[in-house]
Design a protein around this ligand. Structure first.
Ligand SMILES: Nc1nc2c(ncn2[C@@H]2O[C@H](COP(=O)(O)OP(=O)(O)OP(=O)(O)O)[C@@H](O)[C@H]2O)c(=O)[nH]1
Ligand SMILES: [Mg+2]
Length: 551
């Protein structure tokens, strides 16, 4: 692993925390440790543009780069995290969630990142990386455009929030038309766990006259000052002509400086992340120390006060399970509901096709049945594939919803633990649940295959087609209806199977996290008196590592 500067110290710090977590079995910090490790290994510092939908994030980056690279618009547009960095040749790489990559021309990225061309990210893109020779002047940094928060399109909010732990520098975009909401404040608070370097980009200032602009800037600065002691610099911006000086200003006061000191900046940010990590690790160790200082006879009581009775833990597990069971129990009826409206139109389309094709099949009964079979197979497969794509987001919706509910439920459990720890031991246990993340499920294979068996071929030499034509066509029409119905049921079952598998995988992961957290706390609370010196020593070691880094 290579670290930006002071590699031994940082490396030592990461390994040090890792060792302490390992010795005291603080498995609950594994995810956070991992995100620090990933950041430490990244050679490029990222500057993320985050914020409310339609705040002008993509427009800002286009304007900064002096070209129309990212799609922009009046309705929510960006649906995939997009990275822009220096490269000797202009190219874009689409990184799909399943690990596949595809290289495309830069002018085609809209097909993958815009809501209109990739609705609800149905193409399952993880990230898009664009390399431009024009980024030469910003070598060493990478701009990251993120999907807007707070719109009705929750998948966009999820995509950005899941990316959050990777943030290097953050530029929070706030339009003067919605100057600073509670959500923006929450976002900045959330970001401050991961980075000390947060600035505010006040966009669209051209829509205000000079007096109003001063008022809004004053308001925003005052509000920020109310919540943070550390300053959050505010950069007014506009992409309209007449405001070019604002681009120069942000470039000189922020971007160029960051570029010149990218290595140092990475170290500062990594230190900040490590500091949050220390804080949380120290909280765990403090709990263990207080427990170790408690007389053995009171230990059981202590455990009960903090973790609650065994039944209370079972209730917490049950609550997670119920979230999943409830969602799984309603998928079938809701999927049937979704597809019910499509049955008649699909049947109708196929019957129109049948009327069109039938006259060319009537040479013999054998020809008619064979052609009918092939035609219906292709037609139904096509219709099912189209329905599967059209309703994909409705089918996978429970997965995202359940994932959010489980994360929230786990965080509530952590908060209760912290409160009880503070009450009982006088030390809090500030820990944060990393969002549960589930890869989007794959769509089912809708190929229909041979549709039905019949023995008409046996009759085909005996029956003159002219006479039975009408009966055959009526029979085919009935068959179309039956096959459509059968395959819609099959599509429901296929999606139900896929979504259930994803939901149960989420349940398993949530359970694993809850049990991991409980095991961590139990282990810490079980710390016997003779362990106290070791814990004290480890707390000191942690403090030492922290001081080393601060120096
Ligand atoms: N007047 C004015 N309009 C702007 C400015 N910047 C962006 N806009 C407009 O704001 C709208 C939203 O711009 P986008 O860049 O798509 O916003 P976004 O934050 O990337 O939106 P999402 O990707 O949906 O989150 C577009 O109609 C832009 O033309 C600006 O400086 N001034
Ligand atoms: Mg955008």
């Amino acid at each position: 692993m290579t670290l930006p500067t002071g590699p031994e110290t940082l490396q030592g710090a990461l390994v040090g925390v890792e060792e302490l977590c390992c010795r005291h079995q603080i498995t609950a910090l594994e995810n956070f440790l991992e995100s620090c490790r990933v950041f430490a290994e990244d050679k490029t510092l990222n500057i993320a543009i985050l914020g409310r939908f339609k705040a002008g994030k993509s427009s800002f980056l286009n304007h900064l780069l002096g070209r129309h690279l990212l799609p922009v618009g009046v309705i929510p547009v960006t649906s995939v995290v997009t990275e822009i960095q220096y490269g000797p040749r202009e190219e874009a790489v689409i990184l799909f969630r399943d690990g596949r990559t595809e290289q495309v021309g830069v002018e085609r990225i809209g097909e993958f990142i815009s809501e209109s061309e990739n609705p609800e990210n149905s193409k399952l893109v993880g990230r898009v990386r664009v390399e431009l020779p024009a980024m030469e002047r910003y070598r060493g940094i990478r701009f990251v455009d993120t999907p807007g928060l707070e719109s009705l399109l929750e998948h966009n909010t999820d995509a950005s929030l899941q990316w959050l732990p990777n943030v290097g520098l953050a530029l929070v975009a706030v339009g003067v038309d919605h100057p600073l909401s509670q959500h923006d404040i929450e976002l900045i608070r959330n970001l401050s766990r991961y980075t000390p370097n947060i600035s505010l980009l006040l966009t669209k200032v051209d829509v205000l006259d000079e007096g109003e602009r001063a008022q809004v800037q004053d308001f925003v600065r005052k509000q920020l000052g109310r919540y943070w002691n550390a300053s959050v610099p505010v950069f007014p911006y506009s992409i309209r002509s007449g405001f070019e000086h604002l681009r120069v200003e942000i470039d000189e006061s922020l971007l160029s400086q960051v570029r010149a000191e990218a290595g140092e900046q990475r170290t500062i940010i990594l230190r900040h992340k490590m500091d949050s990590l220390y804080q949380e690790c120290a909280d765990y160790l403090n709990v263990a120390l207080r427990a170790a200082e408690t007389a053995d006879s009171e230990r059981e009581e202590l455990r009960r006060k903090i973790l609650g009775e065994e039944e209370a833990l079972d209730d917490a597990r049950l609550a997670l399970r119920l979230i999943v069971r409830h969602a799984a129990g309603t998928t079938r009826t809701s999927f049937e509901e979704v597809l019910r409206k499509d049955e008649a139109p699909v049947r109708q389309r196929l019957l129109v096709g049948l009327n069109r094709e039938f006259p060319s099949w009537i040479r013999s009964l054998q020809v008619a049945t064979e052609r009918f079979d092939t035609w219906l197979d292709a037609g139904v497969t096509h219709e099912m594939a189209a329905l599967s794509t059209k309703h994909r987001s409705e089918f996978v919706e429970p997965v995202g919803r359940v994932s959010r509910q489980l994360s929230q439920s786990l965080q509530d459990f952590r908060n209760r633990l912290s409160e009880r720890s503070l009450e009982t031991l006088g030390v809090p246990l500030r820990t944060t649940e990393m969002d549960l993340h589930m890869e989007d499920p794959r769509s089912p294979d809708v190929r229909v295959g041979r549709i039905f068996d019949h023995h008409w071929e046996l009759l085909s030499f005996l029956v003159p087609m002219d006479i039975v034509k009408g009966a055959v066509k009526r029979h085919f029409k009935r068959k179309v209806g039956d096959v459509v119905f059968m395959n819609l049921s099959r599509l429901v079952s296929q999606w139900e199977g896929i979504v259930h598998a994803a939901l149960f995988a989420l349940e398993k992961e949530a359970m694993r996290r809850l049990d991991g957290l409980i095991a961590t706390i139990e282990k810490l609370l079980a710390a016997a008196g003779q362990e106290a010196p070791q814990i004290r020593e480890d707390l000191q070691r942690l403090e030492g590592l922290r001081n080393d880094l601060a120096r």
